[in-house]
Design a protein around this ligand. Structure first.
Ligand SMILES: [Zn+2]
Length: 393
């Protein structure tokens, strides 16, 4: 049987690119790796340019989609930006017998930075098969086994490269959340994250698309892919939209903001209680220092500025449910150095309980920025803490 390899010779900006880089040797190599034999015919499809750096191979009733790497690794995002398009074309194809592959072209530059390795793990988790990875990266790449592992790795990646902060994943007791930007170079990444997370969780997924000003939805092809996977609900939000909700709801303390959650993830990393170190994401919450209802009631600022305070990642910290409730009920507070304060007249038993569940006597320096202190001063100016004393564990 003869395989049929179809490719589009033109790239969007470079006519004839694929005629030049897809040599007979490379096509033969791909054919052998996909079909196990080297007999193939080529169809050059000139109807449009090559989206997704993609070739298809039809053989034995199976349609294989092979996404090709760049031949030169330049910008980090640019080096992988065609892959989600290839994934969308794969999902859009109606043939039930299909497979999705990735093939490393001979390339200049490093395709195995921490960022790329994370990205390739996402691809593997999403079900993409690497045809020749071991030729370039003998250690191999493993799929993520569960969402916690993915969250950890994302966080490590974030710490080693602070600009790599476009999307975040977290969990609550019944769902997984993906906070994704739909603008800039990483707008397609959220689709890949959603596919990968869906492959390793049974929980429903909330995908928050966070836009800059006006709602700019994900591209239709990405929406189609997400719908095909199921189990993922897309919530579009924008700074403009959240601002409107804030103005209407903040005074009742009903304002819930995905952007605030995202900003906390960006500033403080994965959910972990600042006071006891608990890392169980299901019971960790973002705690406002200067509360939303207090911000709304403050007459010194315009609505725009109030909103910015309400969503600022510096106006908050991660606390477990116990510590959050104790903080909001004023069983504990912080002085301007970040030391924990408790009421001087606390019942002995209550003091013992708070000491038993608290590991740190003060907040970590990473939390206490100048802006954080300003929010703390706003909080502490509303209430009299003169009868509080430092907690000694
Ligand atoms: Zn705690």
């Amino acid at each position: 049987m003869t395989a049929i390899i179809t490719y589009r010779p033109d790239a969007q900006k470079t006519p004839g690119l694929y005629d030049r880089i897809l040599t007979y040797k490379i096509l033969r190599d791909i054919c052998i790796r996909v079909t196990g034999q080297d007999d193939f015919n080529i169809i050059r499809d000139t109807s449009t340019y090559n989206k997704g750096r993609l070739i298809t191979i039809e053989y034995g009733g199976i349609k294989s989609f092979v996404s090709l790497s760049e031949v030169s690794v330049e910008g980090r995002n640019q080096s992988v930006q065609s892959i989600p398009t290839a994934i969308n074309l794969y999902y859009a194809n109606s043939n039930p017998n299909k497979a999705l592959y990735y093939y490393f072209m001979p390339h200049k530059g490093n395709y195995f930075t921490d960022y790329h390795l994370f990205y390739f793990r996402l691809l593997k988790t999403a079900g993409v098969i690497f045809l020749n990875l071991l030729d370039y990266y003998p250690a191999g790449i493993n799929a993520f086994e569960n969402v916690d592992e993915l969250i950890d790795e994302r966080n490590d990646n974030r710490e080693t490269n602070s600009s790599n902060n476009s999307s975040f994943i977290s969990k609550t007791s019944d769902k997984v959340q993906i906070y994704a930007k739909t603008y800039g170079a990483s707008k397609y990444e959220s689709t890949l994250l959603a596919i990968a997370v869906a492959a390793i969780t049974d929980r429903p997924i909330d995908l928050y698309n966070i836009c800059e000003q006006d709602l700019t939805r994900l591209p239709q092809s990405s929406l189609n892919t997400i719908n095909a996977i199921g189990n993922i609900q897309i919530h579009d939000t924008s700074i403009t939209l959240e601002k409107r909700i804030f103005i209407n709801q903040a005074k009742n303390n009903e304002f819930r903001s995905p952007i605030y959650q995202r900003n906390l993830l960006q500033r403080l990393g994965r959910k972990h209680c600042a006071l006891c170190g608990c890392e169980i994401p299901e019971i960790i919450q973002g705690a406002h220092v200067w509360g939303v209802a207090e911000i709304a009631r403050d007459d010194h600022f315009s609505d725009d500025i109030k909103f910015n305070h309400a969503i600022s990642g510096e106006n908050g910290l991660w606390l477990c449910q116990n510590h959050h409730k104790l903080f909001d009920s004023h069983y504990l507070s912080f002085n301007m150095d970040g030391h924990i304060l408790v009421p001087s007249n606390l019942r002995t038993e209550d003091g013992q309980f708070i000491r038993a569940i608290t590991q740190n006597e003060s907040l970590d320096n990473q939390i206490i920025t100048e802006n954080f202190k300003w929010y703390l001063s706003q909080r502490n100016s509303i209430r009299d803490y003169s009868h509080y004393q430092r907690l000694v564990i």
